[in-house]
Design a protein around this ligand. Structure first.
Ligand SMILES: Cc1cc2nc3c(=O)[nH]c(=O)nc-3n(C[C@H](O)[C@H](O)[C@H](O)COP(=O)(O)OP(=O)(O)OC[C@H]3O[C@@H](n4cnc5c(N)ncnc54)[C@H](O)[C@@H]3O)c2cc1C
Length: 536
């Protein structure tokens, strides 16, 4: 891997991108693939902020239909399958079971609730069954669905999905969306960007940038100290920091703001025995998901609360934990309490401030703001994981007048690293891996395929037995895998490996994680001494 050595006096790069979340890395990949020179700086680890704290769904967002966000829902629905075929290792189809009860209510301030209140006042804020059916039909038709099966009614008195639920839930529907490993999506975009010529700097904070003539002078601070970079255009993909970057790092006046909305999740031991998710509607008009997670766990979320602290201080509060436990306990036969929680995580949605009254009602659509008074500055507000590729295309469309040499849009359905196999080919790939690496058991092989796809073979190399993979850090994490993550996926610390490149932190003890961290610090030092260190 390259180390970015840009210094004042050198040729400027075309794009300098601030922020290694999904939007920064998606734009880096798209721009590099069009032939532009790109440097990206991330102040911590890739996906350390919002892009590892999502619900991890490639989805249209069924509930946004209630807000008449048809453009956003259509674009996201169309993207689901485009993305699925480009990354069949880290993304897969999921079915969502939506139990129904007559007293289910809208959040009071949705346009649909207001319209229904005027036309059919007798519904008194309730979400009628016919409306949910209509919404699911619209959801099925809006977005060019080819692979995913359509919605259908479910008799919960007979279907196994009814078994873990309270007996009062007798009917419902199920519909399709997709899962995605959010933090792996970010790192694979960064890797692909680098394969196409970009320089990715992690643990490198942009501390200042100013226009001088035709170029931006960007100052970064990282493990190698302070450095200067020159760029023809600057992209601010700082997520929850986007507005602060404009005002404080770039010292530019701006009235544009982000609304920080915290979303927290809880993880419990597995609560049910099938592979479908639940979509639960609450008494407050909100919805949460209960999703099969990492084979042995269930993921429940999310909350939606205005966040007033620093973006990196988002934590799942005891009140949020109680809220999610109570919400899910209204549905499951077996009540869920705080004692069932094994892990929580929390992130901050950087939503464009459109003046909506409630956090739930604030738009999830993205806004790209171009300041072309001199060398251009493009700032990214909002967005969803699901629409990151489309957002990157729109960003390049806005910047293209400044880069007439750039090639056209190219990224739809182009495989991310390791994703060059059919969308439903993961089980076959895992079987093939077990045939050739007989020491892998079924779970281990599938874990490697779900993380690395066709690259799993490259990671295992010529290993003939488990000892060939080097030190065993616990939970099937071996030295060979950690070395791969350090050399190809920018991992520097144990937390990068156990919470973002994987979720093995759910299975490893704190002593094992500490031992991994010690080993990685030492190995980074050795790599640096040998001139092998790539980024950061
Ligand atoms: C609870 C929750 C659930 C969600 N669920 C879904 C979902 O299921 N599906 C979906 O499609 N979307 C979902 N989203 C939305 C999605 O996660 C976000 O829109 C997306 O991750 C935002 O990515 P980003 O790159 O803009 O921001 P981030 O991921 O926050 O990246 C910004 C990066 O900029 C870096 N940075 C900031 N300042 C500097 C600086 N000065 N120098 C260098 N680096 C800097 C930060 O460290 C950070 O890594 C969810 C969001 C939340 C919060």
């Amino acid at each position: 891997m390259r180390v970015g050595h840009a210094r004042a006096g050198e040729d400027p790069v075309d794009l300098f991108i601030i922020g290694g979340g999904i939007n920064g890395c998606g734009i880096a990949r798209d721009a590099a693939g069009r032939g532009l020179s790109v440097t990206l700086a991330e102040m911590g680890d890739l996906a350390q902020a919002t892009s590892s704290a999502s619900t991890k769904l490639f989805h249209g967002g069924l509930r946004y239909l209630e807000y008449f966000e048809f453009r956003l829902v259509r674009e996201a629905l169309e993207e689901r399958e485009t993305l699925l075929v480009a990354m069949p290792h880290i993304s897969w189809p999921m079915r969502f079971v939506l139990p129904w009860q007559p007293e289910m209510r809208f959040a009071g301030d949705t346009p649909t609730a207001r319209l229904l209140g005027r036309l059919m006042p007798w519904t008194r804020g309730r979400r009628p069954a016919w409306l949910i059916r209509l919404a699911l039909e619209t959801y099925d038709r809006l977005g060019g669905r080819r692979i995913l099966p359509p919605a259908r009614p479910v008799d919960l008195t007979r279907d196994p999905a009814g078994a873990p639920l309270q007996p009062r839930f007798t009917r419902g529907w199920e519909y399709s969306d997709c899962w995605v490993e959010d933090s792996r999506l970010v790192v694979l975009n960064a890797r692909d960007a680098e394969n196409r010529g970009a320089t990715i700097l992690t643990r490198t904070r942009v501390v200042a940038a100013e226009r001088q003539g035709d170029v931006w002078h960007v100052t970064t601070e990282g493990t190698e100290g302070r450095r200067q970079h020159l760029a023809r255009a600057l992209v601010n993909a700082g997520g929850p920091w986007v507005a602060r970057i404009i005002r404080e790092t770039l010292s530019l006046p701006s009235t544009e703001g982000v609304r920080l909305v915290r979303g927290s999740h809880i993880v419990t031991r597995r609560l049910f025995d099938h592979d479908r998710c639940y979509f639960f509607q609450g008494k407050d008009g909100r919805i949460i998901f209960a999703i099969p997670y990492e084979t042995d766990f269930t993921l429940i979320g999310t909350t939606d609360q205005d966040h007033h602290g620093a973006p990196d201080e988002a934590r799942c509060t005891p009140e949020e934990q109680d809220y999610l436990c109570a919400f899910a306990s209204d549905y499951f036969r077996q009540p869920i309490t705080r004692a069932d929680i094994v892990w929580t995580y929390s992130g901050v949605r950087p939503l464009y401030d459109d003046g909506a009254q409630s956090a739930t009602a604030a738009t999830r659509d993205y806004v790209l703001s171009l300041d072309a008074k001199g060398p251009p500055l493009l700032s990214v507000f909002g967005g969803k994981i699901t629409t990151y590729r489309r957002l990157a295309e729109s960003a390049m469309a806005r910047l293209s007048p400044h880069f007439p040499q750039a090639r056209g849009a190219w990224s739809a359905r182009v495989a991310l690293p390791g994703g060059d196999f059919p969308w439903d080919g993961a089980p076959a790939l895992a079987e093939g891996l077990r045939r050739d690496f007989a020491f892998l058991d079924e779970r281990w092989a599938l874990r490697l395929v779900r993380a690395y796809g066709t690259d799993a073979r490259n990671l295992l190399g010529s290993a003939r037995n488990v000892l060939d993979l080097g030190r065993d850090f616990g939970a099937t994490l071996t030295e060979a895998e950690v070395r791969w993550l350090m050399r190809h996926e920018y991992a520097r610390r144990a937390e990068d490996v156990v919470w973002r490149r994987s979720k093995l932190g759910l299975r490893m003890t704190s002593d094992e994680i500490a031992a991994l961290d010690d080993w990685m610090r030492q190995a980074s030092g050795e790599d640096r001494a040998a001139g092998r260190a790539g980024t950061g």
